[in-house]
Design a protein around this ligand. Structure first.
Ligand SMILES: NC(=O)c1ccc[n+]([C@@H]2O[C@H](COP(=O)([O-])OP(=O)(O)OC[C@H]3O[C@@H](n4cnc5c(N)ncnc54)[C@H](O)[C@@H]3O)[C@@H](O)[C@H]2O)c1
Ligand SMILES: [Fe+2]
Length: 426
């Protein structure tokens, strides 16, 4: 195998500032958009970010067609609903006002109406789908996040639950990156504390996973540049963004959750989400995310407080962080120095810590955040038992795109042991 010798930084356009949502109408106009599909979910539809965005479109003379049925944690079924709606309207651009669920749905509606595939799974990640490349540019999409978490405003990734498989998968292409992300700390003020905690812990895991991922130079070299994946493995540019995101999370996550009126902490968290997005959008995530997809997809009856969903749900950030401590105890052996640097960026004094303790030290720092933010104590607390582990392992195996970026390869037996450890977190 020829090893990869290059890495690439795909830039993301973001604009940060309190009140910047007011600029969206003028931005659309400057992009030549005259009729925009404004997508949101039923809760955010009633909140200030949506009112402000719609007023801004009206002021700029841009027609808004509103779709407010985005499903929290979208599925192929909910994607179809959004795609059908988009197809039925004459539009030349998109605005997403909401969390990752909304931004990902808007990316899919944009792709599937601009370049309709023969089959829905054509663009979906292999081996579940065919991972066909997106054939050309899509329409302008402006993303206005209302959570501080996914970083979806910076990434070319759209995640959904494939209902038939009860597992999450997604579509990944640099062409899906939003044209612009508007980072407005005013928009996260109304997040319920559980949403702030879960989405904030998603940032934390994005940053550690991309910083500890397999180095890009350990991946095989692609035959041509277009085949170089967006998730390239850890690389010197992603490292900068990921480590800085961890420092920001250490300073501001708890303060932002416990006091939504803390403007400084909220501002730092919405920036941290994008920083980590740039980090993992170029480096990738690994086992905590790969293992989270069946944890979300196979949910039975757990209902997350603070989430306004009419269906059982293990929220994305929660499903990721529940696996994270077990994973980093396991992966630390591959690159203990990096696990220690991540712990240090999260505020641990590592001067006296031996490399052999890197895994437990980082894991303990994560469980400190989980306990303080009242995250359920392990997979058991969201309804899983040992008897579910074979199905959880089965659901993780097809997530090649991310699991192969683990710095330490995990066999099915390793994954079973990791899920077993993740049953109780702290
Ligand atoms: N594309 C990517 O790169 C990427 C990365 C990570 C996660 N994701 C995906 O994103 C989704 C999760 O997104 P999320 O964590 O941002 O949450 P979300 O979009 O699912 O929203 C969570 C809940 O918070 C509510 N909400 C959102 N903003 C609010 C506000 N300002 N005030 C009050 N309530 C608000 C929503 O109505 C919903 O009930 C998952 O499907 C996940 O798989 C995508
Ligand atoms: Fe995530």
């Amino acid at each position: 195998m020829l090893h990869e010798y290059a890495f690439e930084m795909a830039a993301s356009n973001v604009r940060f500032g309190a009140g910047v949502t007011r600029e969206v109408g003028q931005d659309l106009k400057d992009l030549g958009v005259r009729r925009a599909l404004v997508m949101t979910d039923p809760v955010v539809a009633r909140l200030a970010p949506m009112t402000t965005a719609l007023q801004s479109l009206a002021d700029a003379g841009v027609t808004a067609i509103v779709y407010e049925r985005v499903r929290v944690e979208p599925t192929d079924v909910s994607f179809h609903d959004a795609i059908d709606f988009a197809r039925a309207h004459d539009i030349d651009g998109f605005v997403a006002v909401g969390g990752g669920s909304v931004i990902d749905t808007a990316k899919a509606a944009n792709l599937y109406t601009t370049h309709p595939p023969a089959d829905f799974l054509d663009y979906v990640n292999a081996p579940i789908g065919k991972a066909m490349p997106v054939p050309g540019p899509v329409k302008p999409l402006i993303a206005i996040p209302t959570t501080a978490g996914t970083g979806s405003e910076t990434t070319g990734v759209s995640i959904f639950d494939l209902t038939a498989m009860h597992a999450k998968t997604g579509i990944a292409s640099r062409r899906l990156k939003p044209t612009l992300g508007l980072l407005d700390p005013e928009n996260t003020r109304t997040m319920p504390p559980q949403v702030a905690a879960s989405s904030g812990l998603d940032i934390l895991s994005h940053a550690i996973e991309s910083f500890t991922a397999l180095p890009y130079s350990d991946r095989p070299r692609p035959d041509r540049p277009a085949l170089r994946p967006a998730y390239q493995g850890s690389n010197p540019i992603s490292d900068v963004w990921s480590l800085q995101a961890l420092r920001m999370v250490a300073r501001s996550l708890v303060r932002a959750v416990e006091d939504p009126g803390n403007d400084e902490a909220r501002a730092e968290m919405i920036l941290a989400a994008s920083y980590a997005g740039v980090g993992f959008g170029n480096a990738g995530v690994h086992l905590p995310h790969g293992m989270s997809y069946p944890v979300s997809g196979k949910v039975r009856d757990y209902r997350a407080p603070g989430y306004a969903a009419d269906h059982p749900l293990v929220p994305h950030g929660m499903s990721v962080i529940l696996n994270a401590p077990a994973v980093f105890r396991f992966t630390a052996a591959a690159n203990p120095g990096r696990h220690l640097l991540a712990a240090e960026a999260l505020g641990v004094d590592i001067s006296q810590v031996r490399e052999a303790d890197a895994g437990p030290v980082l894991a303990d720092r994560i469980t400190w955040f989980m306990e303080r933010l009242r995250v359920p104590n392990g997979l058991r607390a969201v309804g899983y038992t040992s008897s579910d582990i074979p199905a959880l392992v089965e659901g993780t195996l097809p997530q090649h795109r991310v699991t192969k970026l683990s710095p330490r390869p995990a066999t099915p037996d390793d994954l079973a042991a990791l899920f077993e450890h993740a049953l109780t977190a702290y």
